[in-house]
Design a protein around this ligand. Sequence first.
Ligand SMILES: Cc1ncc(COP(=O)(O)O)c(C=O)c1O
Length: 391
Amino acid sequence: MKDVSGAASGRYRRATTVARAGNDPYEFHGFVNPPVVHASTVLFPDVETSVNRTQRYQYGRRGTPTTDALCNVMNALEGSDATFLVPTGLAACTVPLASATKAGDRVLVVDNAYAPTRKFCNGFLTRFGVEVVYFDPLDIETYDRLLEKPTAVVFLEAPGSLTFEVPDVPLLAQKAKAVGATVMLDNTWASPLYFRPLDHGCDISMHAATKYLGGHSDLLLGTISGNGEAIEKVRETWDEWGEHVAPDDVYLTLRGIKTLDVRLERHARNAMIVAEWLAADPRVDRVLYPALPGAPGHEIWKRDFTGATGLFGFTLKGTREAAARVVDTLEIFGIGFSWGGFESLATLPNVQAVRSATAWPEDEQVIRIHIGLEDPQDLIEDLEKGLATLG
Ligand SMILES: Cc1ncc(COP(=O)(O)O)c(C=O)c1O
């Protein structure tokens, strides 16, 4: 009898883990992929089993062989004890925040968090009596001062949304843990291949699997992975809120992960070619790609991350209207909010509208681009057409 449990559980190197972790084919007739189980009802052989819940699967909402396969992959990649699946990347951020707080608590949230995460903090958390304080991840002195007051949670994102600052995660996490706070990090940009938050002192790592894990812009899904008491609290809230994910989207995510390693290598290679071209262009003010030598945060990125992906920003000095003309002129780059798929995208966010603890210069326009799997020379020629509108 063949034993593939090592590959299925992720005991091997990264490429082997993404290709093979998740399911043991011999548990399902040898089919290499797990079954897509559409289920609510699960039958029990007798009353005693149903009362004592000694059976592996009990009800569709609580897990199936399909969801288990994805949770196993994520545990292997993140180094976590447990993973919970939620319908969106946003839910992957909100469920842990809700699970770790109660009325009267105070949370510190990084100022460059994904904007809808901020909306949840300003809305739901605040309404339920949690004090939300935003902080600049690069200002350690202020962070130290903020931690002098009782703090339930420190919420991080690395690098930051839209502006790509790279926080010193081990330092921020260690300081937060020293005062008893739960540390959670939105790890969507790096994917679990290029950054493992739990190895750097965090309790919980979240992903919008919508992005690189799925990789084809055809699904929405979130994952929450962690260790110890923090993930047990997530388990309770996840269960109480009745979180459930569509089996087909879980399957598509598993399928996406099989090629994650090779896709990300190409995204990163293309992104570096485009970033270097932008950095050499005098019309471009700054390139916000942590993997680019000399870019903001590069040294910390090099120390803590094992790779980079295809999402970054570049800035133009001038008016928003001029930057909008650049984006409108692009033909290959679509204008779209998501990222992580095969296609290149560009957006012109209003950074200052989603910041409160840090300032962003009014005349510095950020164009956020996602570099897809197209030929980078075509992308450069497209960007040249856009930049030519600056005159
Ligand atoms: C960093 C980050 N986290 C979370 C999300 C939310 O993902 P979803 O769209 O699946 O809710 C996004 C989406 O753009 C994101 O960029």
